[in-house]
Design a protein around this ligand. Sequence first.
Ligand code: 13P
Length: 287
Amino acid sequence: MLANGIEMLKKAKAGHYAVGQFNINNLEWTKAILQVAEELKAPVILGVSEGAGKYMGGFATVAAMVAAMDKELKISVPVCTHLDHGTYEGAYKCVKAGFTSIMFDGSHYPIEENIWKTKELTHVAHNLGMSIEAEVGAIGGEEDGVIGMGECADPDECKKIADLGVDMLAAGIGNIHGKYPANWKGLSFETLAAVQAKTGEMPLVLHGGSGIPEDMIRKAITLGVSKINVNTECQLSFAEATRKYIEAGKDLEGKGFDPRKLLAPGVEAIKETVRQKIKLFGSDGKA
Ligand code: 13P
């Protein structure tokens, strides 16, 4: 059932769990995530970066695929189609394409520019029944060619953006997209607590959810994180399972080269990763 992110995040905030955002890259990813969300009765957010949207043939293609799959597979749990790290222009494209939610990432702009662009897009999104995520303080690492330095957000700037009425806020707390380096210092719980103290009931978003130790995830949820984004871990588990299949020569046996067979182990691996994350985040049984 397609939905925006407003209700699901309010419920997560009140229930002290986090909704998983799993980024999609193609049809297999989308189907795997929807099936596990339904199996575990968990609300779910499908994240689409601008690069992945382009790869899949454009945002309208993605919106149509998710809507059709949601219907054909009779998905009863709330499913949110959400732009991930959107530009100002990309956010408008997703509004037009029929997404249910957008993220506008203005974290690299001076705060005043981030404020006016977020304010305008919040107005547009809410008028159309969509939810909106904003960002303050860049997330570290690289995603789709955008390099962030992993700075911690300024809680006062977070309050200014939260006061615009956004539905969820991504605040940098030392988190990094992609694999965490061996010398990573961990999440800054001090920053997280300070941001939540300034922003009241605002559902906070933890990007770079792949590879964060489970105890840190649990602590982040107790301190106000209501949405956690995962992309790299699904990619790694898909790649590993696919490599094993090919290295074992299974694609050369019988009709093992049929894409439905070739991609099956990778799909199962994505499903298992999503299953584990949903249980860790505590969103199973919450739909
Ligand atoms: P990871 O790829 O590190 O899981 O991060 C995903 C993310 O934050 C998407 O916005």
